[in-house]
Design a protein around this ligand. Sequence first.
Ligand code: ADP
Ligand code: ZN
Ligand code: MG
Length: 477
Amino acid sequence: MRDGKYEAVIGLEIHVQLLTATKLFCACPAEFGGEPNTRVCPVCLGLPGALPVVNREAVRMAVLLGTALGCDVRRRSVFARKNYFYPDCPRNYQISMFDKPLCENGVVELDTDDIHSRIRIERIHLEDDSGKLIHQRGGGSLVDFNRCGVPLAEIVTKPDLRTPAEARLLVKQLRQLVRYLGICDGNLEEGSMRCDVNVSLRKPGESELGTKTEIKNLNSFKAIELGLEAEIARQSAMLDAGKVIEQVTSLWDSQHRESVVMRSKEEAHDYRYFREPDLEDLVLDDELLENVRSLMPELPGERKKRFIDQYGLSDYETVVLTAEMELADFYEEVAGLTGDPKASSNWVMREVMGELNSTGRDLGNLGISPQGLAELINQIAAGRISGTAGKDVFGEMVRSGANPGDAIALLGLEQLSGDDEIADMVEKVLEASDGEVKRYREGEKKLFGYFVGQVMKMSGGRANPSKVNEILKKLLL
Ligand code: ADP
Ligand code: ZN
Ligand code: MG
């Protein structure tokens, strides 16, 4: 806490919706959407006699995630029934994992300018998603079971976080990771990644944990921070007033920026967990583990370090350029083709990202390829066009999909570097500026810039500035 009276203790449970083609235990499509209740079958509706079969792709993705987080991966894990009643779950139980989860004991390093922490991952397990309730305005609710059985990997952290900012950063890093791994699109707003936060307070220096509360429905980075801040403030006011904290689960209402108590917290034994009798132990064979090893990409943290070493970029540049794998790949290709990592970084960070942000498009349909951008940078380096003209050329490339050569020709921006051509213009400018020339020769040297400007203007901005300088100096002697 800011006043140092209490220390916040925070642990997160993050559900990652895996991008498999089909659901976790049946062949229904797992893709988001569809007419309500069209992507269902006896298995995901829990009809009597229907038997689940584990989706190997979901297992592979969860193991990939666990391995990337440095977890111990269990060769033999066990599915368990988590029993509860709620209308979004037709089976009245969720198939999850309990005492033998797929992955355990991982770690995430948070390392920025102002946050340096090591957050332990308690476990990652596989489970199936519930359906969706749609509450009607006039009262009553409808239920859509399409999402029933969609595979989730749940990441549970140890209570190692101490501030809302750390919690937000952790989710941000996990989001980046699952996107790098290609196992989830990480969309918090749409719920393909969902974060529940647990928080308690204690006096600084105390080692025992206080009673925690849980907040669900934090569907943006901002909501995670605001929700935690509000809950920390609420709990500290309670403690100040000598009240005890009750273990409750709340829902975050982002509109009113407050959490609303949903239920008093259930304990694990309330769920009557027991081994899922319809599924055998989940055994990982060598082939799957080998497959995971071969699929592991260079992870964001490693890539960041390499960008600093290999390209001499700043910390800030590497954070931006490695935020998304596609952008990092794009940058590396441009840098490789130009041999100029710094110029490539500038162009990607300013023009490419500016264009991405202003159009809302993504790299795939921006209309500019790494080859195109590299060629443009090379044309500037070769002096064929000026850097300023390069920006117009870039704009034209994005607009029409033209290659740099055609865009330069189309815009008539080719830089004029011919000595005679420039000397011609310089002479014309000097002839038209008798007065200035006289003053210059009498010692008013700052007029030099004026002459340069006049020549540039006459050339429509296309004259090579260093050539203009050189020739002006000669003729003004
Ligand atoms: P539950 O039985 O309520 O699911 P768990 O022990 O499984 O509780 O922990 C769920 C999450 O809450 C984990 O992320 C864990 O780190 C966190 N957590 C557990 N106890 C506390 C506490 N006293 N204060 C803050 N977070 C906690
Ligand atoms: Zn199904
Ligand atoms: Mg738990």
